[in-house]
Ligand binder design. Structure first.
Ligand code: UDP
Length: 310
């Protein structure tokens, strides 16, 4: 486990970031968060008191350099994400990925930081995920600005590790969900609709599937990988459970005791390039390296979110 370290987390005020901050503070680490607060601050107030917070953009090199002074490792989680937002802002999405990661790398080199943990995406598999439960070995097929930039950064970090010896661990997250996520993503969006009694808007046939991975499992996997793995490695962080979106909608309706209708509608046109019919990941490699893989079922995960909200 990671303890007594000084750690920079870019994007630490976001959904995954804020849970990571909480866990790393709980393990006795000194945490610095750099975040531009574009989506607000999701770090709970008790935890916020215990960290150093820098309101800055990851695209600002001097801020990243200063934030990382004396750090042992950097979790680089700052990104523009959410299908609708990325589709509206493809250039800004790519620039934030590419320049932000370059800044993190240059800061790590100047400040002698030995490890970078990078939030990549299961989106890199694109349509190659359709036929199979994907492992890290299959050919990637990124088709969107977001996934393309994430894949570029994986290769960039592999080069960094090869040339400069900095350990780089890339995490391909599969539809992470949990408390404090905002309604850019489908799970909180459906919960919000169900609680408000509005229609639950399932796009297309609703038969498309995702591998929903609960936040607590995601954080456990992230911290275990950060402490156990050296060199350059890519890992899926997946639940290995395939759920279709209509079933997700139905579960949320039942668990919230909502009277909402579930309606099938056409997805907004800008989503077409981003939609894949199927995506489920293998966590075998994660298990091999850490002895851990996600276990929280979708039912348990949704109930935990509703519980947290109470
Ligand atoms: N989705 C939906 N209704 C919504 C929002 C999303 O049916 O209001 C579907 C979307 O078409 C996709 C899945 O839910 O198949 C997951 O969408 P999200 O944007 O959360 O993540 P993605 O997997 O697309 O990155």
């Amino acid at each position: 486990m990671i303890s007594n370290k000084k750690i920079l987390i870019t994007g630490g005020a976001g959904f995954i970031g804020s849970h990571l901050v909480e866990a790393l503070v709980g393990l006795g680490n000194e945490v610095v968060v750099l975040d531009n607060l574009l989506r607000g601050n999701k770090i709970v107030s008790d935890v916020f008191k215990k960290i150093t917070f820098i309101k800055a953009d990851v695209n600002d090199f001097n801020q990243v350099l200063e934030a990382s002074i004396g750090c042992d490792m950097i979790f680089h989680f700052a990104a523009i994400l959410g299908v609708d937002i990325v589709a509206d802002n493809p250039m800004e999405t790519m620039e934030t990925e590419v320049i932000g990661t370059q800044n993190v790398v240059r800061a790590a080199l100047q400040n002698n930081i030995s490890k970078i943990i990078y939030a990549s995406t299961s989106g890199v598999y694109g349509h190659n995920a359709l036929e199979q439960t994907v492992t890290e070995e299959i050919l990637v097929d990124p088709t969107t600005s977001y996934a393309m930039a994430k894949r570029y950064n994986e290769i960039y970090l592999a080069s960094l590790q090869e040339e400069k010896g900095i350990d780089c661990i890339c995490l391909r997250f599969f539809n992470v969900y949990g408390p404090r996520q905002d309604s850019r993503m489908v799970v909180p969006r459906f919960i919000e609709q169900a609680k408000a009694g509005r229609s639950i808007t399932v796009y297309g046939s609703g038969k498309q599937t995702r591998d929903f991975t609960y936040i607590d499992d995601t954080i456990k996997a992230t911290i275990k990988l950060a402490s156990n793995v050296t060199g350059f490695e890519i890992f899926n962080v997946a639940n290995e459970l395939e759920s279709d979106i209509s079933t997700l909608a139905e579960k949320i309706r039942v668990f919230t005791e909502s009277k909402s209708e579930i309606t099938l509608i056409n997805a907004p046109a800008k989503r077409y390039d981003y939609e894949v019919g199927r995506r489920v990941g293998s966590s075998d490699k994660l298990m091999r390296f850490t002895g851990f893989k996600p276990t929280t079922s979708l039912d348990e995960g949704i109930k935990s979110i509703l519980e947290y909200a109470r």
